[in-house]
Design a protein around this ligand. Structure first.
Ligand SMILES: [Zn+2]
Length: 325
C-alpha cells in the first residue's frame, strides 16, 4: 500500500517505470519465497491428541492433487521421554514438513525414528522433511527394494500430477529393516513393530504403542475409502484375521477414522471376502477378465473413491485367483 501511495505522486512515464520495477521486485520476493518454500505450505494441518503422547493427523479422503499437497493418508507421531517416532510422513515434502512443525509445537526432543507402514507414495514422500534430523528410517524388510523398483515412477508421477506442490519430495529408503517383528524404545515407551506377509502390499508394517494400546495399521485398514489391493487377497484376509485379535484401545487406519476396534475392520473384511467370492465365481464360470471387471461391483455405493480403485481390485484379484486351485 505504501509503495502505491509513493507511485501516485510521480509523472506517468516514471510511474510506469516504477510499477515495472515494483512488479519485478514483487516477483523477486515471490520467487525467493517460493525458493525457501513459503509458497508451498499447507494451508492447515490439524493434529489430534487422542491419548497421552499419541498424535494423529487424519488426511483427506481424496486422491492426491496439487490442491491437497498429497495430504490424503493418516500420519502421526508418538512421544517418549527421550525420542519421538513418526509413523508415515505424507504424500509430499510439504506434508512431511507440516508434520515436523506439528511435532515441534509439542516437544523439542529429537525425532529418532521415522517408520513407514508401506511403500505407497501418500505414506512415504514426506520422509525427506526429516532427513536433517538423522533418524533411523524403519520399514518392512521388502520396503527398500520396493522403493528401488517403484520409487522413481512414483516420483515422476508425483511431479507430473502435483507440479510445484511436489517440491523437494524425494525417495528416502529405510536404514533399518523389520523382517518379522522389532521393538523401538522411545525412552520409557516401547513401540512394537510387526512386518506382515504380502497383504495390502508386500511391505505392510503395523505399529503398536503398548502404553496407550494404540494400533497403527497403515493400509491394512481402510475406513470409508474403498480398500485397495496391491498385494495378495488371500494374505490380506489372513492378516485381517490376525490383527483383529490385537487388543487395541485406539486403531489408526491408513485412511479414514476407526471409531471402534475391531468393529471398524468389518466392512473392509466383507468387501474383500465378497470380492474373492465373486471373482472366484466369475473365473469358475469361465468369464474373461474384461467381463469380470465389468460385472463384479461388490460394495458399490458404500465406499469413497470406488470408481478410482474398485476395478483395479477386481483385476488384481482375478490375476491372483486365476491360477489358484
Ligand atoms: Zn497403500
Amino acid at each position: 500500500m505504501r509503495s502505491e501511495g509513493a507511485l501516485r505522486s510521480l509523472p506517468a512515464h516514471r510511474m510506469r517505470h516504477c510499477r515495472c520495477v515494483a512488479a519485478l521486485a514483487w516477483c523477486a520476493i515471490a520467487w525467493a519465497g517460493m525458493a525457501i518454500g513459503t509458497a508451498r505450505e499447507l494451508p492447515e494441518f490439524a493434529v489430534e491428541n487422542p491419548a497421552p503422547g499419541v498424535y494423529v493427523h487424519y488426511g483427506q479422503q481424496a486422491e492426491m492433487t496439487a490442491a491437497n499437497f498429497g495430504d490424503v493418508a493418516n500420519l502421526g507421531f508418538v512421544v517418549g521421554s527421550r525420542c519421538v517416532a513418526v509413523i508415515d510422513t505424507g504424500g509430499t515434502y510439504a506434508v512431511g514438513r507440516a508434520l515436523r512443525q506439528a511435532i515441534r509445537r509439542v516437544t523439542a526432543i529429537p525425532v529418532c525414528f521415522v517408520i513407514n507402514t508401506h511403500v505407497h507414495p501418500d505414506h512415504v514422500f514426506g520422509n525427506a522433511a526429516f532427513v536433517d534430523d538423522h533418524p533411523a528410517f524403519i520399514g518392512h524388510v521388502h520396503l527398500a527394494d520396493a522403493l528401488r523398483r517403484r520409487g522413481q515412477n512414483y516420483l515422476n508421477a508425483l511431479n507430473r500430477d502435483l507440479g510445484d506442490a511436489a517440491w523437494r519430495s524425494a525417495i528416502v529408503v529405510p536404514t533399518r529393516a523389520v523382517a518379522t517383528s522389532d521393538d523401538v524404545d522411545l525412552g520409557g515407551r516401547i513401540l512394537q513393530l510387526h512386518a506382515w506377509p504380502t497383504a495390502h502390499t508386500d511391505t505392510d508394517l503395523t505399529v503398536f504403542d503398548r502404553e496407550s494400546a494404540t494400533l497403527w495399521l497403515g493400509d491394512l485398514l481402510f475406513v470409508g475409502h474403498v480398500p485397495v489391493l496391491d498385494g495378495n487377497l488371500r494374505g490380506f484376509l489372513a492378516a485381517l484375521t490376525e490383527v483383529k485379535a490385537i487388543r487395541a484401545k485406539l486403531a489408526v487406519p491408513g485412511h479414514g477414522r476407526a471409531l471402534a476396534w475391531p468393529d471398524a475392520l468389518v466392512p473392509e473384511q466383507h468387501y474383500l471376502e465378497d470380492l474373492r467370492a465373486e471373482v472366484r465365481a466369475a473365473i469358475d464360470a469361465r468369464r474373461t477378465l474384461a467381463e469380470t471387471v465389468a460385472s463384479v461391483d461388490v460394495g458399490r455405493g458404500q465406499w469413497l473413491l470406488y470408481d478410482q480403485f474398485h476395478r483395479r481390485n477386481v483385476t488384481a484379484a482375478y490375476a491372483e485367483l486365476e491360477w489358484d486351485d
